[in-house]
Design a protein around this ligand. Structure first.
Ligand code: ADP
Ligand code: MG
Length: 974
């Protein structure tokens, strides 16, 4: 108890956030288990804040009520004043948290309805009363929402008790919850809501629900009063009055963002007045200041007896996830942090403890009694059940017994019948036995005679067998003898036939021999004729051969003669060839001589030219030397002047030295954003940072931005580095520079613009162009990265060749820190669609993709973020119709880069890559690249496996809506 309780609630990402968050990374990260909230300040640093409770986007209305408002409602029911307030940018869910009626869905009911439900349930409407007023504060005028004709209601303050009241406001006695919901609805209908650019439902007015409770005090109190007063007091029963305020504050955003114009500027001033003075009061309360400026505005006057002091107070601050509203989110969080420091002095009475104990015990007793009751009822019903079952058993037993008796009777009857049957059968059996013995005797006789017959038959058969055997033997022998006789006869017949055939054959042979002898003598005559003829022919042929030989010898002689003639002729031609060859060589030598002479002449001419040139150069050198000495003289004069000036202002000089030494000390830290180690002795890092910020702000005020920027061009590289760091800090700390008042914050964000206006950007770019110092390059690119977060600066950076310079810096270094800054800067530039073409032409994309060579995961993360930015902006431009054709990323092979790096371990890098692929897939002109590079498979994987549902859905949508992808996938399945 005692401190103002502050909870923070994050609104879930809405459609607008999803559409316009090219950056994609939320600007806050919740750690509900630690009750902490991390606020991302820029691409690579964040700060952590602790709250009493941290609600994520999924927190239920019921839990929010129970944690934030229920303790306040309970204390109001016990007689203390209490307040529940919601603070935050328009559209972050203040009204959702407080004022939601939940008519259709009871789970959506907000704090107002739930608080009244609790109050109505806890008071007895017979003896107590609950009344409400519903007001709106708009342009420092209070209007009654239950009677809208009443405007400009005045606030009364009781000078003694300090109690605040609004006598002119309507108060309505609440009968039940439905009645209250009706009243709220009427009030809401009357609420004036200016139409802002951010949210058409949003409101710039403060809505205030006041609930007055009057409860009669229990009798016991009268015991303490002495007997004289007793009579009068018992006639006037004691009451306890308390008040609950539920305040839905106006949006905390800067009004120029919501597009205010004309009359609305006046309105802006008044709204700022009430919120600003609330901020001031909170600061004063947080610092325990003796003076709390509650009189400055109507809002703070209304809250006088309900906020801080003796009331119990809960504040819920609402924020959105989008980085677009980083400044508003930051100021909201700082407001909440300050409010957490406010301590209330709520005094607890003893009765309160006793009552609560009593209530607890009572509920316990109630609980136990109910339990006993329930048990008893249970036992009774069990007993009844058992009895019923017993009865049922009894009945069924009787029935079965009856059945058994009838069955045994039946069986007995059957038995007697069977006995009679058996006796009859026995008599018949005896009769049959007698007949049987008679038959047996007869059979014995017949068997005897049968045996005799068999013996006689056996003897007969042996005699017959012997007879048959002897006859068979004789028959066989006769047959054999017959066969032998026939064989002999056949042999004599065949011998006669052979003799006849031999006689015939010898006759034929004799005839054949005579015929052959005649033919032989004929052939011998023919042979003698032919031999004679051949011998004549041979003698003729030998004669012809001899003639040929003599002719051949003549020809040979002629050939030898011809050869001799040919040799003579060849000897005479050789001499002529040699002379022509020599002449040719001579001509060649002559030509060579001429060309060398020519060369010599041209060399001489060249030599002359060079001598002339040398003379000209030495003349120029002399002129430059003269100029140099003049410059030297001028520099000395300026130095002299400087010394004079320093002498003239000794105080200022000391000041300057202080600042210089501070800067050196302050900037020795490692981070660009200055989480330096100074002031370590004096406390926490946060203190250090805010002190540092304050000092930097002071330096800025006193030295003047112009001068710091001039230091950037100093010859001393140390000074240069420090100046850059100061500028880098100013660029990063845009709106958080003054921790004084949230409202003051609105006017203190000029740093970025001033840095740019005063030529800081040009100075930073010059350093990238000409410096070789690694630290300068790193810090300058960090400062540019920070400046590049602002859309206006992005255009300036690009138009001054920033992308080329960043690309050059990236190619010239291997320092991972520098590469990270450069990648961050380029990634920020990717978020501006208008600059895409220029960024690509200046080699920005190539440079980003090339930086992966460093292998540093932070660099890869920045590059992935940049590509996601680029692809997202591009696809948005396509949807809006001012871009067409294949993505600019394709030519630089970004698709291949994305596929190569999509297996990274960093979840956020992977998310960016997946997002980039999904967006690139939206462009139908990229479809061919997707199929040829294998990105289509990656997209399918993303649609199934991405860790984020929205990306999965996006990828699925792209796959489904693109006919080329559909065709390809069908092919793949076949
Ligand atoms: P404010 O009152 O701060 O201007 P609203 O309460 O009107 O903001 O909320 C803006 C929109 O956001 C409304 O449509 C609301 O329904 C929605 N919204 C706000 N907070 C949540 C939440 N926690 N859960 C779901 N929707 C919310
Ligand atoms: Mg609202």
């Amino acid at each position: 108890p005692g401190r103002v309780r502050v909870a923070v609630r994050l609104r879930p990402r809405n459609a607008e956030d999803l559409l316009s968050d090219a950056d994609f990374a939320d600007c806050v990260e919740l750690q509900p288990e630690l009750k902490r909230l991390k606020l991302r300040k820029n691409n690579w640093s964040s700060e952590s804040y602790k709250f009493d409770e941290v609600f994520t986007g999924t927190a239920s209305q019921k839990r929010v009520y129970e944690v934030v408002a229920k303790p306040v409602v309970e204390s109001v029911l016990s007689g203390y004043n209490g307040t529940v307030m919601a603070y935050g940018q328009t559209g972050t869910g203040k009204t959702f948290t407080l004022g939601r009626l939940g008519k259709d869905d009871a789970s959506e009911r907000g704090i107002m309805v739930r608080a009244l439900e609790d109050i109505v349930a806890n008071v007895s409407l017979a003896s107590d009363t609950v009344e409400i007023s519903y007001l709106q504060l708009y342009m420092e005028s209070i209007q009654d929402l239950l009677a809208p004709e009443k405007t400009n209601i005045t606030i009364n303050e009781d000078p003694k008790t300090g109690e605040v009241s609004l006598p002119a406001a309507v108060t309505v006695k609440v009968q039940d919850l439905d009645h209250f919901v009706e009243l709220l609805q009427t009030g809401e209908g009357n609420r004036h809501a200016a139409n802002t650019k951010l949210n058409t439902e949003s409101s710039r007015s403060h809505a205030i629900l006041m609930v007055y409770i009057r409860r009669s005090v229990p009798e016991k109190v009268e015991d303490d009063i002495n007997s004289q007063d007793r009579i009068t007091k018992s006639k006037l029963p004691m009451v306890r009055k308390s008040k609950l305020l539920i305040v839905d504050l106006a949006g905390s955003e800067r009004l120029d963002k919501s597009g205010s114009e004309g009359l609305l500027l006046e309105e802006a001033k008044f709204i700022n007045l009430s919120l600003t003075s609330l901020g001031k009061c909170i600061n004063a309360l947080a610092e325990n200041s003796p003076h709390i400026p509650t009189r400055d505005s109507k809002l703070t006057r209304l809250l006088r007896d309900s906020f801080g002091g003796s009331a119990r107070t809960s504040l819920i601050i609402t924020i959105g996830p989008s980085s677009r509203h980083r400044a508003e989110t930051t100021s909201t969080i700082m407001f909440g942090q300050r409010a957490m420091k406010i301590v209330n002095v709520v005094k607890l009475k003893e009765e309160f403890d006793y009552e609560s104990l009593c209530r607890k015990l009572e509920t316990q007793v109630d609980h136990l009694t109910a339990e006993i009751d329930r048990q008893q009822k249970l036992r009774e019903s069990e007993k009844y059940d058992l009895e019923k079952r017993l009865r049922d058993c009894h009945d069924s037993f009787n029935e079965t017994r009856k059945n058994l008796v009838t069955r045994s009777e039946l069986l007995e009857q059957k038995n007697t019948r069977l006995e009679l049957d058996i006796e009859e059968a026995l008599a018949e059996l005896n009769c049959q036995k007698d007949q049987n013995s008679l038959l047996e005797d007869k059979i014995a006789d017949l068997e005897m005679s049968l045996k005799q017959n068999k013996q006689n038959q056996l003897e007969n058969s042996t005699y017959q067998k012997v007879l048959a055997d002897t006859t068979q033997m004789y028959e066989k022998k006769i047959a054999e003898l017959m066969k032998q006789l026939e064989v002999e006869r056949a042999k004599s017949e065949s011998a006669e036939e052979q003799l006849d055939a031999m006689k015939k054959l010898s006759d034929e042979h004799k005839k054949l021999i005579q015929h052959h002898e005649m033919e032989n003598s004929k052939y011998q005559m023919a042979l003698a004729d032919t031999t004679q003829m051949y011998e004549m022919k041979i003698t003729e042929l030998t004669k012809q051969l001899e003639d040929g030989h003599t002719r051949f010898e003549g020809a040979q002689e002629q050939l030898d003669l011809a050869n001799m003639l040919l040799a003579d002729y060849q000897n005479s031609t050789q001499g002529q060839d040699e002379t022509s060859e020599l002449r040719f060589k001579l001509e060649e030598m002559y030509r060579l001589h001429e060309s060398t002479v020519n060369e010599l002449q041209s060399l001489k001419a060249e030599f002359k030219d060079q001598i002339q040139e040398k003379e000209a150069i030495s003349e120029k050198l002399y002129a430059v030397q003269e100029k140099l000495s003049a410059e030297e003289k001028r520099r000395k004069a300026i130095e002299h002047e400087l010394v004079n000036l320093k002498k003239g202002a000794p105080e200022g000089d000391k000041h300057f030295e202080d600042k210089k030494s501070y800067m050196k000390e302050n900037i020795r830290g490692t981070s660009v954003l200055g989480t330096s180690a100074i002031l370590n002795k004096s406390g926490t890092l946060r203190v250090t940072q805010s002190a540092q910020r304050a000092t930097i702000a002071k330096i800025c005020e006193e030295v003047g931005l112009q001068k710091i920027i001039q230091l950037l061009t100093s010859e001393d590289s140390d000074v240069q580095i420090h100046a850059v760091k100061v500028i880098a800090n100013l660029a990063a700390e845009v709106k958080i520079i003054s921790a004084e008042l949230i409202m003051v914050l609105y006017t203190a964000d000029g740093n970025q613009e001033s840095i740019v206006e005063e030529g800081g950007l040009d100075a930073l770019l010059t350093m990238l162009r000409s410096s070789q110092n690694a630290t300068i390059l790193r810090v300058a690119s960090g400062a540019i990265a920070n400046l590049a977060m602002n859309e206006m600066n992005q255009g300036l950076i690009m138009s001054r060749g920033g992308a080329k310079l960043l690309a050059k810096t990236a190619s010239g270094t291997d320092d991972p820190q520098t590469l990270r800054m450069v990648a961050g800067a380029l990634a920020n530039l990717c978020g501006n669609e208008k600059l895409h073409t220029m960024l690509k032409e200046d080699g920005g994309i190539k440079a980003m993709l090339g930086m992966v060579r460093s292998g540093n995961s932070d660099v890869v993360a920045q590059v992935a973020r940049g590509l996601a930015n680029f692809a997202k902006c591009e696809s948005r431009a396509m949807v809006q119709g001012h871009r067409k054709g294949r993505s600019l990323l394709m030519e630089d092979h970004a698709l291949e880069w994305l596929i190569d790096n999509c297996n990274t371990t960093s979840a956020s890098t992977r998310r960016h890559i997946e997002l980039a692929l999904s967006h690139l897939a939206q462009n139908e002109d990229n479809a061919r690249d997707f199929i040829s590079s294998g990105a289509l498979q990656e997209l399918q994987r993303i649609s199934n496996e991405s860790s984020r549902e929205d990306i999965r859905n996006l990828a699925k949508k792209m796959l489904k809506s693109n006919p080329v992808f559909q065709g390809e996938m069908r092919l793949g399945q076949q």
